[in-house]
Design a protein. Structure first.
Lengths: 284, 280
């Protein structure tokens, strides 16, 4: 009955969101897929060129470089963030003094935007590098990569830690007590009880860190800007650069084709990851 | 036994305190440089504290507000964030209620599209979205909230449907029988029940819109309207000679309100993150 009544009121309940969703996402998405098969500089001079944009991606060495850089970055950042966030969460659930203060401190960087984060860390890292006589961020792709990794860790460890703390607090104390009575060591309790019990949190955190790592843009733009010579460009920035920083009629189409490849990559990784980790979840 | 436990808890507290100090250091570093004179902010000199010679008081903050038109940026960021989040909360909670209660093909399709939109990287739609916004005249700080509603709908609809599913149908039925229309039921029954989810979603969406850089950059005219992230990138990225002092002060002006709001609403923010993750 409720359903039937609301259904008549659809112009109020679903239309605004649906219309905005079509304007803000669905139409640009479909149009974007179409444009990836076209050559264009503005929306007025579109000519259909078939798969040639996709062929040109293969010849663009900046793309394959940032492709592998992004894959390495996403997996490395996901691994380090999850391990450290879990370690801190484990320490914070032991119930000693000041837990709340530490939680507050560790989470805080997450609220700062990517652009600002980039400039904060640029100041700090360049300061350290010049003290140590190392090449600055703009001159060394290796330092830029490590810099982005540290920045993302600082930003996201707090967030993931909160999720792990919530997961660990849900593990029943009875279960751990029973294991202790049976003579389990703290290592066994960690690997045989706590980690299997919080697999849903692991799934979420891996998903979030992996997709965030792949999609990272703001921090890349402000911390290194892709320097030196596009060597520290992750995929999102590479696509942006192809669209707006390169002159020549062919680049916008190629940029859009790169975006489609990027989209397929992110969706595929997300699906594979969700399948892999959620199969390890314990049914309660 | 008791004493032993206490001794044990001191060591991790000390270790975590040291890590916490390191954790806060980057922000402290920006603060001390925001208080220094221009000449004292060099690449390797950023670590020294301001002394009587390099102390610049609040001159950098004044310069940031006057030269960079930072108050205007603050206003644009504020108006965009508030209108977008209010619109997202209102429309998406209504929409989620419809999706859950009207179990048709449209509801199902729209729900899965929303979930799908959360994974799609922004670069996929950035060019076409900016063009669409131009055509529909959504390219100013007062209309851009419609774009945010469209792009932010995924997360909000997802969170709200997860919650509405758990609400028993009987309350709404009773209200309808008593002669309420769906709009009344929504405002008088659903909104009070949804309050915790509304707060969580508001926080997640607010964090996103306030800090968003690329969407407003592409949609808005950067010469006329600059949100805070746009202003910081604009002044840092495009000027030949960057005034480091006002730059550091601008970063502090961006961070200070965030920290204050965080310290006041900490409980809600952390609950919001957990709720978002559990649903996600």
């Amino acid at each position: 009955m409720v359903g039937k009544t609301i259904k008549k009121w659809w112009p109020i309940f679903i239309l605004p969101t649906l219309a905005a969703f079509i304007i803000g996402f669905l139409w640009p998405f479909i149009w974007g897929i179409y444009l990836s098969f076209c050559k264009f500089t503005t929306v007025q001079d579109v000519t259909f060129v078939g798969l040639s944009n996709y062929q040109k991606i293969l010849l663009d060495s900046t793309f394959s470089h940032s492709f592998w850089l992004t894959v390495a970055f996403a997996f490395l950042s996901s691994l380090t963030i999850n391990v450290l966030a879990f370690a801190i969460a484990l320490a914070l659930t032991k119930g000693f003094k000041g837990t709340n203060v530490f939680r507050t401190v560790f989470f805080m960087p997450n609220l700062i935007g990517g652009i600002v984060l980039g400039y904060i860390w640029q100041t700090l890292i360049n300061g350290l590098l010049s003290k140590w006589g190392q090449p600055l961020l703009a001159l060394s792709a290796r330092n830029g990569f490590i810099g982005m990794l540290i920045l993302l860790m600082w930003q996201q460890i707090g967030y993931m830690m909160i999720i792990y703390v919530a997961g660990l607090n849900n593990v029943s104390p009875d279960l751990i007590e029973a294991a202790q009575i049976d003579g389990a060591t703290s290592g066994q309790i960690l690997f045989k009880i706590k980690i299997p019990m919080i697999m849903p949190s692991v799934t979420i955190c891996t998903f979030l860190t992996l997709t965030n790592g792949f999609k990272m843009f703001d921090q890349n733009l402000s911390l290194t800007g892709g320097d030196p010579g596009k060597q520290s460009q992750l995929l999102a920035l590479n696509i942006y650069d192809t669209f707006y920083a390169r002159s020549g009629a062919q680049w916008k189409g190629i940029g859009q084709a790169k975006a489609v490849v990027f989209f397929i990559l992110v969706v595929a990784i997300a699906l594979i990851q969700l399948k892999a980790t959620s199969s390890k979840e314990v049914q309660q | 036994m008791e004493a032993n436990n206490k001794k044990k808890s001191i060591i991790p507290t000390i270790i975590l305190s040291i890590i916490s100090i390191f954790w806060m250091y980057p922000i402290f570093l920006i603060l001390i440089n925001a208080l220094k004179k221009e000449a004292a902010i060099t690449t390797s000199g950023v670590f020294s504290l301001p002394d009587s010679e390099t102390w610049n008081g609040f001159a950098n903050f004044v310069a940031s507000v006057t030269q960079m038109d930072f108050l205007k940026s603050f206003w644009y960021s504020l108006i965009i964030s508030v209108t977008s989040v209010v619109l997202i909360l209102l429309c998406c909670s209504m929409c989620a209620w419809y999706i859950v209660r009207v179990n048709g093909a449209l509801s199902k399709a729209f729900y899965y599209l929303c979930v799908f939109s959360m994974v799609v990287p922004f670069q996929m739609v950035m060019f076409t979205l900016a063009k669409t916004a131009d055509t529909l005249k959504l390219n100013n700080p007062y209309n851009i909230c419609i774009i945010y509603l469209g792009f932010g709908a995924g997360l909000a609809v997802f969170m709200f449907t997860g919650f509405v599913k758990g609400i028993p149908l009987e309350i709404e039925e009773a209200a309808l029988i008593d002669g309420c229309n769906p709009v009344q039921v929504y405002f008088q029954i659903l909104i009070p029940i949804l309050k915790p989810t509304i707060i969580s979603t508001a926080i997640l969406e607010l964090m996103w819109v306030w800090n968003d850089y690329l969407l407003p950059t592409l949609v808005l005219d950067i010469k006329k309207y600059r949100t805070i992230p746009m202003a910081i990138q604009y002044f840092r990225g495009s000027f030949g000679h960057v005034q480091m002092g006002p730059m550091m002060a601008s970063i502090m002006i961006d961070i200070i309100p965030i920290i204050i709001i965080y310290l006041v609403c900490q409980k809600y923010i952390i609950e919001g993150v957990v709720a978002g993750a559990v649903k996600g």
